[in-house]
Design a protein around this ligand. Structure first.
Ligand SMILES: [Zn+2]
Length: 339
């Protein structure tokens, strides 16, 4: 009896242990299928050693990029100390180590690209390691961070309005406010001596932009960012995510994609007989439920746009089947209410 109880108990334990696997398998079945990342895109990936957790790579003389595979930050050695651009939370524990792999110069300045947690919330840890660290940010980003009082995102020690040129040792860094992504503003970080540009959350090289056009809160400004990027004389662009660096062709491709989405959704929206679609929906929902009727109209436009965009871009940029629909939605909001 005792043995049987033990056996039953161990079977129950095994079943309990297997249960999460069983339900996980069922959950996996429910997940949508996406095409694999294009081989030409995969071939461009920087290799991050998984046991080390990060990669530091000199992309131009004195200019290095650090990535953990998801996030990117960069730094420049000047002869009088290192200027670091962004401190993503996921990279925070590696940043000092990454810099000391390349130089003996201490990190003396940190520039915030924008206020978002994922790109600068490692700064709290850095300030503990480097108490004299100067932090530079645009005035509107700084004002937001002062309101937030977030120890992960220490308040900047130096602010500027719209643009500033940092000169330290041998290096010149031009900072200019942009408006493509965060409501508080974004930053072009440009090293003219190196033709190196950093513009976080603009695009993802080889891929379509992240969801909702990189979470842009201003589609009107977002659509202008590609020409703003191309107006700089650069050949390496750090866009902030994944393990890919961008070049001018990536910017052009992203621009072509964004404009195609916009024109497509506008064309479909303007050509839709809205009354006809809504009257049909009203037969199911009745005219009382105007939200349901309106959603039917908007969803129809978005779906048609997503299908067309996928057909044209699936072989050119990775992720169009993942985020194309969200881009059509973001572009429809702009086309219908702003343009
Ligand atoms: Zn962001």
């Amino acid at each position: 009896m005792h043995l049987l109880c033990n056996r039953l108990a161990s079977l129950a334990l095994m079943a309990a242990a297997l249960l999460p696997w069983a339900s996980q398998a069922q959950d996996l079945d429910k997940l949508p299928s996406y095409v694999p990342v294009l081989p030409a895109v995969k071939a461009r990936a920087l290799a991050v050693d998984p046991t080390k957790g990060f990669l530091v790579k000199e992309v131009k003389p004195n200019v290095c990029v650090v990535t953990d595979g998801i996030y990117q930050s960069a730094f420049v050695t000047t002869g009088k100390g290192v200027i670091l651009f962004d401190a993503p939370e996921s990279l925070a524990q590696h940043i000092v180590k990454a810099v000391t792999e390349v130089t003996r110069e201490p990190i003396v300045q940190l520039v915030y690209s924008h206020a978002h947690l994922d790109h600068i919330a490692g700064a709290g840890l850095l300030v503990k390691q480097l108490p004299k660290l100067a932090i530079v940010a645009e005035a509107d980003t700084a004002a937001f961070l002062r309101e937030k009082k977030d120890p992960r995102r220490p308040i900047p020690t130096s602010t500027f309005k719209n643009q500033r040129t940092l000169k330290l040792g041998t290096m010149t860094v031009e900072l200019k406010k942009g408006q493509w992504h965060s409501p508080e503003g974004d930053l072009f970080v440009y090293l003219p001596q190196r033709k190196f540009l950093m513009a976080i959350d603009t695009l993802a090289a080889g891929h379509v932009p992240f969801m909702d056009f990189d979470l842009s809160t201003n589609m009107h400004a977002y659509l202008k960012v590609f020409d703003q990027l191309l107006s700089y004389d650069f050949d390496v662009l750090v866009p902030g995510h994944l393990t890919y660096l961008a070049d001018r062709q990536d910017v052009q491709m992203s621009k072509d994609y964004a404009l195609d989405v916009y024109k497509t959704v506008k064309h479909i929206h303007d050509g839709t007989d809205q009354m006809k679609v809504m009257s049909a929906a009203a037969q199911k929902y009745s005219w009382d439920n105007k939200f349901a009727i309106f959603r039917t109209l908007l969803d129809g436009v978005i779906q048609q746009c997503a299908t067309e965009i996928q057909g044209r871009w699936i072989g050119k940029l990775a992720g169009v089947d993942v985020f194309g629909e969200s881009h059509c939605r973001a572009a429809l909001i702009y086309a219908r209410w702003d343009d």
